[in-house]
Design a protein around this ligand. Structure first.
Ligand code: 6R9
Length: 634
C-alpha cells in the first residue's frame, strides 16, 4: 500500500478500510518498512490492563530503516542540514551515508563505554547533529534513550535519571540558544550528585565553556571517537530488536506531581512515526523539510529524527530560537535552505506575528509548499497570518493534534487532500478512532457536539506503559473510561464531523506548547521556605497560549514581598526549569476550599482569566470571604 493518500475520496475509502480491517490495514502499512523477521500476529490488545502488542514475533532495528535502507539509492541525499544558532557560523550537511557512519561510530563509542542492549541512557544535548546521532546510536545497539530537554533543571534531570536508573549520560560542555550559553555539563554535574546509577558521562565539545571533567567518570566525545577510529571498524551491526522491545522513554507531565516516563517500543512506533510523516506532509523526494521543535520533546523524536529519516527525507535541524538574532530568522532559514515544508508551533507563530510585517520584508518564501502546526490549539488569527504571510494562501496548513503518549499525529488534515478549516485539526488519520464522551463515560454520537476526547481502538504508536509503574499508566489513561484511551483533552465535533481541540480538561497547562503539570509547579513553589501553600492555574496568554498563574500564601517570615516573589521564581527555575516559571504571582491569605478541604480551582481559574462576574455559587465554600479578598487583590 502506498503510504500517501492522494485525494479526499481516497481518504474516506482508506479510513473506512482501516476501521473495518485494522489488522490488514496496518500489516500493509508495515510492509513498506524493513524488518529482519516478519510478525506472527499484527495486534493483540486489551485496554483493561492495558496490554497492547503490535507486530509480535517481528524483529527489526529502527536505524536500519532510518539509515541503511537509504544507502543503496540515496546515500548522497542530505539527511540533516544543520543550521547553527549563530547565522555567522557555517551550517553543516550530513548525507545519509555520513549520518550512517557517524551513528555507527558513536554506537561503537557507547559499546566501548560499557553500554549494551536494554541499558537506559540519558541524553542532555543542545540541538546539534550529535543529538540525533546519539539518539540513533542508542537505537542501533538497543539501548533505551531518555532525552531530557535542555531547559530542564538539575533536579528534573536527576529525577528522570533515577526513575529509569540510567547508567550513562551524554551531554555537552554547553549549548547556545539565542544569546544564552547554557552550562549543560555544570547542570549535569549538579544532577549527578543525586544519581547513583550513572557511571559514565560522555561530553561533546560545543560551547568551549570551562567545565570540570571527573576522572574515571567523564570522557570527551571527540577522544572516544578517535579511539574507535584507531580500532578501525567503522561499522556497527544493528542489534536485532523485538517489535515490542523498548525504544525510548520520554518524560511528560500529568495532573500529579511527578512526570511519568512514557514508553514507546521499536516496531509500532517506527511504523506510526514513519507512516504519519509520509502521509500528513505528503513528503516528496527532494523536498526540504524543517521541524522547529526540540528533540527533547516528542515532536522532535517523531518528526525530526525517526519519521523523516525513516522516509529518507532532507531535514533541516535548527539549533536556535525564532527571534535570534532577530524575528526574521525563520524566514532567513527558509530562504537559505529553500525549505518546502515548515512544521512549527502556534506560540512561535504568535510571537513572530507580534513583530508585524517588517521582519518578512525582502525574504523569499516562495519555496514554501506545505505548513504544519503542533503543540497547542492554533487561534484563528494566527492561522490566517500563517496562511497569508508565510504560505501566500497557497500552502495547505496541517494542524496536527497528538500527544507524547500517541507516538505520532492522530487528528490532522493530510496536506493538500483534506479541506482545512482554521482552528480545526479536522479529521482522524486512518486507523484512529476518536470518540467524544460525557462525564459518565457515555459516547456522544452525532455531529455538532462536544465532550472529552478518547480513542477507542489501538494504533501502533500508542503508549505501552509508564516506566517502572504500569499501574500508573492504567490509571492515567485507561481507567477514566472503560475500554478507551483517555487523552485529557476536551474537543468539539462540528456539523461536518470536523474535530476542534479545545484544550486540557485536567490540571495540565500548555505553556508555549510545553506541557506543565500544575501540581509540579505547586510542589516547586512550596519548597520555598516562606511559602505555606500555593495553587497554580492557567490563564490565557497572548503569545504563550497559556500562562502560569500562582496564588501563594506566605508565612510570617517574609517581610520583603518583592524579594520573595523573585525568590519563588528562582526556586521554580531550580526545581523544574525556567519553562515552568509563573508569569504572575498573587499573594493571598487563604485559598477557596470546599468543606472537605479541596482547593476550588475552578474559581481560581475564573479569577485568573479575569472572569470575576461568573464565579458561580461560592456560598458552599469553607471560607467564602477569601474569594472577595482574592478578587480585590488582582
Ligand atoms: C505533540 C505534543 C500534548 C497536548 C495535547 C493537547 C495539546 C497538541 C495540538 C494540541 C490543539 C493541536 N496539543 N497538538 N491542541 N491542537 N494541534 O504537543 O505532545 O507535548 O505531549 O502535548 O498538547 O492538549 O494533549 P505533548
Amino acid at each position: 500500500m502506498n503510504l500517501q493518500i492522494k485525494s479526499f475520496d481516497e481518504y474516506k475509502r482508506v479510513y473506512e478500510y482501516s476501521v473495518n480491517e485494522p489488522e490488514k490495514f496496518w500489516a500493509e502499512i508495515a510492509s513498506s518498512f524493513t524488518w529482519k523477521k516478519r510478525w506472527n500476529s499484527v495486534l493483540e490488545w486489551n485496554f483493561k490492563e492495558p496490554n497492547i502488542k503490535w507486530f509480535q514475533g517481528a524483529t527489526l532495528n529502527i536505524t536500519e530503516n532510518c539509515l541503511d535502507r537509504h544507502l543503496e539509492n540515496n546515500a548522497d541525499t542530505p539527511a540533516i542540514i544543520w543550521e547553527p544558532n549563530d547565522p555567522e557560523e557555517h551550517h553543516r550537511v550530513l548525507s545519509y551515508r555520513q549520518l550512517h557512519d557517524k551513528v555507527c561510530q558513536f554506537a561503537n563509542v557507547l559499546k566501548n563505554n560499557g553500554a549494551k542492549k536494554g541499558d537506559r541512557i540519558c541524553i542532555y544535548l543542545p540541538m546539534v547533529p550529535e543529538l540525533a546521532i546519539a539518539v540513533l546510536a542508542c537505537a542501533r545497539i538497543g539501548a533505551v534513550h531518555s532525552v531530557v530537554f535542555g531547559g530542564f533543571s538539575a533536579q528534573s534531570i536527576a529525577d528522570r535519571i533515577n526513575d529509569a536508573a540510567c547508567s550513562l549520560v551524554i551531554t555537552a560542555d554547553g549549548g547556545f540558544r539565542g544569546n544564552k550559553n547554557i552550562p549543560l555539563k555544570d547542570i549535569i554535574d549538579d544532577a549527578l550528585v543525586q544519581c547513583q546509577s550513572v557511571d559514565k558521562v560522555i561530553v561533546l565539545t560545543r560551547s568551549r565553556t570551562p567545565i570540570s571533567m571527573i576522572k574515571g567518570r567523564d570522557v570527551w566525545w571527540e577522544d572516544e571517537i578517535k579511539k574507535v577510529e584507531t580500532q578501525g571498524n567503522p561499522d556497527c551491526p544493528a542489534e536485532e530488536m523485538d517489535a515490542e522491545d523498548m525504544l525510548f522513554v520520554l518524560y511528560t507531565s500529568g495532573s500529579t506531581g511527578k512526570p511519568k516516563g512514557v514508553v514507546h517500543t521499536c516496531g509500532g512506533y517506527m511504523v506510526y512515526a514513519g507512516y504519519t510523516f509520509a502521509n500528513v506532509f505528503q513528503y516528496q523526494p527532494g523536498e526540504v523539510y524543517i521541524c522547529t521543535a526540540d528533540i527533547g520533546w516528542i515532536t522532535g523524536h517523531s518528526y525530526i529524527v525517526y519519521g523523516p529519516l525513516s522516509q529518507g527525507a532532507t531535514n533541516v535541524m535548527f539549533e536556535g530560537i525564532p527571534t535570534y538574532p532577530d524575528a526574521g530568522r525563520f524566514w532567513d532559514i527558509v530562504e537559505k535552505h529553500k525549505v518546502n515544508i515548515l512544521y512549527t508551533a502556534p506560540t512561535a507563530i504568535r510571537s513572530l506575528m507580534s513583530f508585524g510585517d517588517e521582519p518578512l520584508k525582502g525574504k523569499d518564501l516562495s519555496s514554501i509548499k506545505k505548513l504544519g502546526s503542533v503543540g497547542e490549539p492554533i487561534n484563528e488569527e494566527a492561522w490566517h497570518w500563517y496562511d497569508e504571510k508565510i504560505g501566500a494562501k497557497n500552502a495547505p496548513i496541517v494542524d496536527t493534534w497528538w500527544q507524547t503518549e500517541n507516538g505520532g499525529i492522530m487528528i490532522s488534515p493530510i496536506a493538500g487532500v483534506t479541506p482545512t478549516k482554521p482552528g480545526y485539526a479536522t479529521l482522524p488519520l486512518p486507523g484512529i478512532q476518536p470518540v467524544l464522551v460525557d462525564e459518565n463515560g457515555k459516547e456522544i454520537e452525532g455531529n455538532g457536539v462536544s465532550g472529552n476526547l478518547c480513542i477507542k481502538f489501538p494504533w501502533p504508536g500508542i503508549i505501552r506503559t509508564t516506566y517502572g509503574d504500569h499501574e500508573r499508566c492504567r490509571q492515567t489513561y485507561f481507567s477514566t473510561y472503560e475500554n478507551m484511551y483517555f487523552t485529557g483533552d476536551g474537543c468539539l465535533r462540528d456539523e461536518d464531523g470536523y474535530y476542534r481541540i479545545t484544550g486540557r480538561v485536567d490540571d495540565v497547562l500548555n505553556v508555549s506548547g510545553h506541557r506543565i503539570g500544575t501540581a509540579e509547579v505547586e510542589n516547586a513553589i512550596n519548597m520555598h521556605s516562606d511559602v505555606v501553600e500555593s495553587a497554580v492555574v492557567g490563564y490565557p496568554h497572548e503569545i504563550k497560549g497559556q500562562g502560569v498563574y500562582a496564588y501563594v500564601i506566605l508565612g510570617t517570615s517574609s517581610h520583603d514581598k518583592e524579594l520573595t516573589r523573585k525568590n519563588i521564581l528562582q526556586t521554580v527555575t531550580r526545581i523544574i526549569g525556567a519553562i515552568a516559571k509563573p508569569d504572575k504571582i498573587q499573594f493571598v491569605t487563604g485559598l477557596p476550599k470546599t468543606r472537605s478541604g479541596k482547593i476550588m480551582r475552578r474559581i481560581l481559574r475564573k479569577i485568573a482569566e479575569g472572569d470575576i462576574a461568573n464565579l458561580g455559587d461560592t456560598s458552599t465554600l469553607l471560607n467564602p470571604a477569601v474569594v472577595d479578598e482574592i478578587k480585590d487583590g488582582i
